[in-house]
Write a protein that binds this ligand. Structure first.
Ligand code: PXL
Length: 278
């Protein structure tokens, strides 16, 4: 069985980061170790929240793993709480990333044209250094603009998306995947470009609802799929289909909550979708 390590926060309530990655990746048949980089009461979209930054724990935990000769088939990062934490994560990559494993970075820091409230304007350049060390990065369009100093647009054409993908590769990563791409009002999807010039895109129907944590659900499912041996395009498509299913389940649930997507009820379906594609 493949083993990955995910470095991101624990938001105790609200279905994002580790509380999504751990159940989803485990259900996909991949061992999911965690390195909690911060503990928050909820994610930062709530009016009131606490945050204990655990950046100073990353190096000693890495020391212990190195002493125990623990290795990982994948390293996956999501929301990082500070610029200092980005530097600690880069140092972690330098110790644990190698030619035989995969580094996937979801630079979760912004959406809808805006940086999340907890960050200042210097944060994207620290996250860009984390992206530089990745095999695969998965920004949305807002994050891609902040990472590359590109003007954010809500109306765009294929040339704009292509320009963003090229600039993301210039950061240093091997494959850039843009999420939340749309060229038609009723379709939403992803597009990627890699260093060898390979391109791929995949679109699903657009759901009118939007829930927090769908980006984390998407990245976790992509990583699970790739670790199970799907090629990247198949993993991106599987994850897109799964997220749409979860959004629809959330929208039709009586307990539908704005802060998180109801993925739990859909886990058996995810397992079937994965098995069909293996
Ligand atoms: O879903 C991304 C995310 C993860 N973790 C925390 C967040 C957010 C988005 O706001 O605040 C703490």
């Amino acid at each position: 069985m493949k083993r990955i390590i995910t470095l991101q926060d624990i938001s105790c309530v609200g279905r994002c980061s580790i509380t999504v990655a751990l159940p989803v990746i485990s259900a996909m048949g991949v061992e999911c170790g965690i390195l909690p980089t911060a503990v928050l009461s909820t994610h930062t979209m709530f009016k009131t929240f606490t945050c204990k930054d655990l950046s100073d724990q990353i190096a000693p935990i890495a020391d212990a793993w190195e002493a125990e000769k623990i290795t990982f088939d994948g390293i996956y990062t999501g929301y990082l709480a500070s610029g200092e934490q980005c530097r600690q994560v880069c140092a972690f990559f330098d110790r644990f990333a190698n030619a035989d494993n995969l580094v996937l970075v979801d630079p979760a820091m912004a959406d809808n044209g805006k940086l999340y409230a907890a960050f200042d304007s210097s944060f994207p350049q620290e996250m860009a250094k984390v992206c530089a060390k990745a095999d695969i990065i998965l920004p949305n369009i807002t994050e891609a603009c902040l990472l590359t100093g590109t003007e954010y647009r809500t109306e765009y054409d294929e040339a704009y998306i292509d320009g963003l993908l090229c600039r993301l590769l210039d950061l240093g990563c091997r494959t850039a995947v843009l999420t939340g791409v749309s060229f038609a009002p009723d379709k939403l999807g992803v597009a990627y470009l890699d260093r060898d010039g390979n391109r791929f895109s995949y679109f699903t129907r657009r759901c009118p609802q939007s829930y927090h944590g769908t980006g984390d659900l998407y990245s976790s499912t992509v990583l699970g799929g790739v670790m199970r041996g799907l090629d990247l395009g198949d993993a991106l498509a599987l994850a897109a289909d799964f997220v749409v299913t979860c959004i629809e389940a959330t929208a039709s649930s009586k307990e539908s909550r704005w802060y998180g997507v109801e993925f739990e009820s859909q886990i058996p379906l995810l397992c079937r979708m994965l098995e069909e594609r293996l």
